[in-house]
Write a protein that binds this ligand. Structure first.
Ligand code: FAD
Length: 473
């Protein structure tokens, strides 16, 4: 039974309404806050708290704790593992959407102090006016918020060069489950005064505290970019091309992405406005982008030389270097619409795994063969990040089937175990949320899992924050 059904639910709702006002406590039209991005989990919350500042976040946790209610922090609600919605009806959603101010940009640091509800794309826009960049990019950047990105330690397409979210957090302000506020809003990289508390909250998926403000490390905006889309005979050739470009061009490689022809076909068929720029289609594609702040570097020329070598080796059949910002944006859209194309194709099973870079192509090939044995005709759409070995290994049912039937658990199990056996991770960048807790218990060292449970018990002994996420309730 959720607190909403319990006798205390009504009085908690009244107390929150009184403390937060009508803009800060919603009990009507809350369905969207209770439904996850993939539409797989939906619970009507007791209400949605929309605090305007840190004090109000603290008040929500204090009141919820005293009433024994569970609270789920929510940013843009783009979690792909059901981490941002309640696990049962009658729980509270704590949305950071009203705390969306970019408080300060220090161009000399360079750093930015922001509230947790700032949308990533809004930060990008504001920084570009000042020739600064926050080099974290992902398909959900128009919705995902800084607090959610930190809480999931998001990766995205530029992680190999610029780090994941945790690598770019200098300082944090966090409200603890009992309502106390930890002020760790320091703007320095070097800060070894004991346990790395800020790291603890990065990737904790809202189970240990609510992130309210952050100081983020920025980078200068690149003054030039060179972006190419390449067609390769197979994934092994695409991976070789990626490795050769990395070796040759090192720190200039800003992003190195891959996708395959099945995903491209779905994107072109289902997503409006996409244009395929090459003459031919092939089995696998690479999107490579070089970026530099130094204007004197001949980026286009360097990229052309790298591509000529890959073509000579037979690993690239065809390619185009973007000649305008519009064309560059189209190359990126082709890659970024992979998830949307597959979503519009119908039912799918998503997996976010990582393997050592050198093992990627062989892992995809071997695992695909095993998946086809498990479910003949299963349609396999791997895409992702060549530079760090992260594969979004997504499946659709066979052409003549509307669903996976009862094969879904076996397919996912096979795939996750294959990633682990290859020396990788079954949960690369999206986190565990609610949907991968059982898998973590199965695949990870019991000592590691018990350490996580004891951390949770220590910081949140009453299980107020996100019960059922990362560790069992
Ligand atoms: P939410 O989904 O709202 O929340 C995510 C988790 O963080 C939940 O557990 C929630 O309780 C917690 N949380 C939210 N806000 C706070 C807070 N202020 N304090 C404490 N806990 C909080 N992820 C990647 O890493 N790389 C990608 O390339 C990528 N691409 C994506 C593409 C698409 C189309 C979609 C839909 C998702 C993608 N994701 C990707 C997953 C998702 O966007 C990220 O996990 C993102 O970081 C979530 O941000 P959010 O604000 O939407 O958080």
């Amino acid at each position: 039974m959720g607190v909403g059904d319990a006798p205390g639910g009504e009085s908690l709702s009244e107390a929150l309404s009184e403390r937060l006002g009508s803009a800060g406590w919603l009990t009507e039209d809350t369905d969207a806050y209770g439904r996850d991005w993939l539409g797989r989990v939906a619970h009507r919350p007791l209400g949605v708290a929309r605090p305007a500042d840190t004090d109000e976040v603290s008040a929500v946790l204090d009141l919820a704790g005293r009433h024994g209610a569970a609270v789920t922090p929510q940013g843009g609600n783009t979690s792909l593992c059901a981490g941002a919605v309640p696990g049962a009806p009658g729980e509270i959603v704590l949305s950071l959407e009203r705390m969306n101010r970019i408080e300060h940009i220090d161009g000399d640091g360079p750093s930015a102090t922001v509230q947790a509800g700032v949308v990533l794309a809004d930060l990008h826009t504001q920084l570009s006016d000042q020739a600064l960049a926050f080099p974290l990019h992902l398909g959900a950047e128009g919705s995902a918020r800084i607090g959610g990105l930190i809480a999931t330690n998001a990766g995205g397409s530029h992680a190999a060069r610029h780090g994941m979210m945790a690598d770019r957090v200098l300082g944090l302000e966090v409200v603890l489950p009992d309502g106390r506020v930890w002020d760790g809003l320091r703007a320095v990289q070097k800060d070894n005064a004991g346990y790395a508390l800020k790291r603890l909250f990065c990737g904790a998926e809202g189970t240990l505290g609510v992130i309210t403000r952050a100081v983020l490390s920025l980078a200068p905006m690149p003054r030039q970019r060179a972006t190419a889309l390449l067609a390769c005979p197979d994934l092994a050739a695409a991976a070789r091309t990626g490795r050769a470009l990395s070796r040759r061009l090192g720190e200039l490689v800003d992003a190195l992405e891959f996708f395959t022809d099945i995903g491209l076909g779905w994107a072109l068929a289902h997503v409006d406005g996409l244009v395929w720029p090459l003459d031919e289609r092939s089995a696998a594609y690479v999107l490579v982008e070089l970026a530099a702040t130094a204007e004197a570097l001949p980026l286009d020329e360097l990229l052309e030389q790298g591509l000529a070598q890959a073509m000579e080796a037979g690993d690239v059949l065809d390619g185009a270097i973007a000649t305008s910002e519009a064309q560059r944006a189209m190359f990126w859209r082709l890659r970024e619409e992979m998830p949307e194309g597959q979503r519009l194709e119908g039912v799918q099973l998503k997996h976010d795994v990582s393997v050592p870079i050198a093992a990627l192509a062989e892992f995809v090939e071997r695992t695909s063969a095993a998946l086809r044995q498990c479910l003949p005709g299963v349609r396999i759409n791997p895409f992702g990040h060549l530079a760090d070995g992260n594969v979004h290994f997504n499946l659709s049912p066979p052409d003549d089937q509307a669903s996976f039937g009862d094969a879904a658990p076996a397919l996912s199990d096979l795939l996750y175990r294959a990633a682990v056996a290859s020396g990788g991770s079954f949960a690369a960048e999206h986190g565990l949320g609610r949907s991968k807790v059982g898998m973590a218990d199965t695949l990870r060292d019991p000592v590691e899992r018990e350490l996580m449970r004891s951390l949770k018990r220590t910081l949140d002994p009453n299980g107020v924050l996100n019960p059922g996420v990362i560790v069992d309730r």
